[in-house]
Design a protein around this ligand. Structure first.
Ligand code: ADP
Length: 456
């Protein structure tokens, strides 16, 4: 019972029920129409033959005043299984067919049913009028046994074939809907088998092109995307752990050194403290970057946009940069007044990333130029350096997380997260970024941000 109830809730169960219901309604209407039609036809036929014989007999009775029972019996029989009884005005039987002897036939109007033994009849009664004077009754009885038995057999045949038909309909509807919906069931089964650790399973695409093959394809492509996202996530965690292991080992090493020698030897102690401080700072930067990207992926970073002048922000960052580095010539070229609508903090962070990279990857004595111009509806920011550049084969990868061209190229180590963060910020502002570079000659970063206003 429980299984039936849950089956009724499934799509194939519902479709089968609807199909079955419609089939039963059609069958019922059709069979009822056939049965009632035939029933009407047979009874009507019998009544007509009764009327016909009645007319003939009454005329005959009056015309010849002829009471020959045998003849009347013959005449009435010629209409097929019709028997008669003639009554006087006070309802005494004057004469009748042999069959009707000892049978009580009430005098009533219309057509009535009558049973003699196990045989069925219908009968009708009429007044006999002779030139307007009532002289008695005539009753005609017609046998209906074979008609009724035919109708009973018909009802049985109809019921049995309807039940068989309904049963066949259940089986067919269930088989067809199950077959049609098989891809959905296989999607369900696959979805159940898929877990976080194994997302490599895919559904087989078979059968004719229809909505279900489309659904299968959509499901598979969703799995492709999920698998890629899962892999990315796993890679991110493994890269992050790897990056964190180095500073932790260094800190651990220096802590051991301090423990063994640091108490007596001041030089060792100072060196260890300095190294620990440096590594802790590196770790802090790394953890902050990781946190930024993780929160970014989870849409947890709120973007607080406001209108501000990008040229003023560039000046501010450049001034701060000049305070901490003097190995390069940092300059701004032709900064146009440019109003943008953006998150000031995030744009500043992005600027820092490009400027820091310029400084990191440009040998002392090199140059770093920052420019700002208008290009159509964009504010076009350029950060250009005369540094070591980026090899062509590395350019497509530099925005990937943890990607570094060559870990030994700079003395100031980065984790390869800066450009990934910068790109995230630019995309969140509906901007674009491009990097052009030639090894040995320098790198040029182009950032386009939607432009909000222009100062005349
Ligand atoms: P990192 O923290 O290592 O600098 P980024 O994501 O900022 O990470 O940069 C990725 C890689 O791209 C760097 O490791 C570096 O090799 C290369 N790169 C980025 N900016 C420059 C630049 N201005 N000049 C040369 N190489 C660069």
């Amino acid at each position: 019972m429980r299984k039936f109830l849950t089956w009724r809730k499934t799509i194939s169960g519902k479709l089968t029920s609807i199909y079955l219901l419609m089939f039963i309604i059609v069958l019922l209407l059709l069979n009822t129409a056939v049965y009632l039609g035939l029933n009407y036809f047979l009874k009507n036929n019998a009544r007509n033959s009764l009327d016909k014989t009645m007319n003939f007999l009454s005329t005959r009775l009056l015309q010849y005043n002829y009471y020959d029972t045998d003849l009347m019996e013959e005449i009435s029989r010629s209409e097929g299984n019709i028997y008669f009884r003639v009554l006087s005005t006070n309802r005494n039987i004057r004469f009748q067919s042999n069959l009707l002897e000892d049978v009580e036939i009430p005098v009533t109007q219309g057509y009535q049913e009558l049973k003699i033994g196990d045989r069925s009849f219908i009968y009708t009664t009429r007044f006999i009028l002779d030139r307007g004077i009532f002289i008695g009754y005539i009753q005609l009885v017609r046998e209906m046994t074979s008609e009724y038995s035919f109708l009973r057999s018909l009802l049985l045949v109809i019921t049995v074939t309807s039940l068989l038909g309904a049963f066949a309909a259940i089986i067919t509807a269930h088989t067809i809907t199950r077959k049609t919906l098989r891809p959905i069931i296989s999607i369900m089964d696959t979805a159940k088998e898929i877990s976080g650790s194994d997302i490599s399973r895919r559904l087989e695409i078979s059968g004719p092109e229809d909505e279900l093959t489309e659904l299968t394809r959509t499901f598979n492509s969703m799995l492709d995307r999920l698998e890629k996202a899962f892999q990315g996530q796993r890679q991110f965690v493994s890269d992050a752990s790897h990056e964190l292991r180095t500073p932790i080992s260094v800190i651990q090493g220096y802590a051991n050194l301090l423990d063994r020698w640091g108490k007596e030897e001041v030089a060792v102690r100072d060196e260890a403290i300095e190294a620990i401080k440096k590594e802790a700072a590196n770790m802090k930067t790394l953890v902050e970057s990781l946190l930024f990207l993780a929160r970014g992926d989870g849409n947890k970073i709120s973007i607080n946009k406001s209108q501000f002048y990008l040229d003023e922000l560039i000046e501010e960052v450049v001034q701060e940069t000049l305070l901490i580095t003097d190995k390069l010539k940092v300059s701004t070229t032709g900064l146009e007044k440019m109003l943008i609508n953006a998150d000031r903090e995030l744009i500043k962070q992005m600027l820092r990333i490009f400027i820091d990279n310029g400084i990191k990857y440009t040998p002392a004595g090199g140059e770093l130029r920052i420019g700002l111009a208008r290009e159509d509806n964009w504010a076009l920011l350029t950060v250009e350096d005369t540094g070591i550049g980026i090899p062509e084969e590395a350019l497509p990868h530099i925005f990937e997380r943890f990607y570094r061209v060559d870990k030994s190229r700079s003395e100031k180590k980065g984790a390869g997260l800066g450009l990934a963060i910068a790109r995230w910020i630019i995309e969140k502002h509906h901007g674009q970024v491009e990097i052009f570079s030639s090894p040995g000659h320098g790198t040029r970063v182009l950032v386009r941000l939607p432009f909000a206003g222009f100062q005349q």
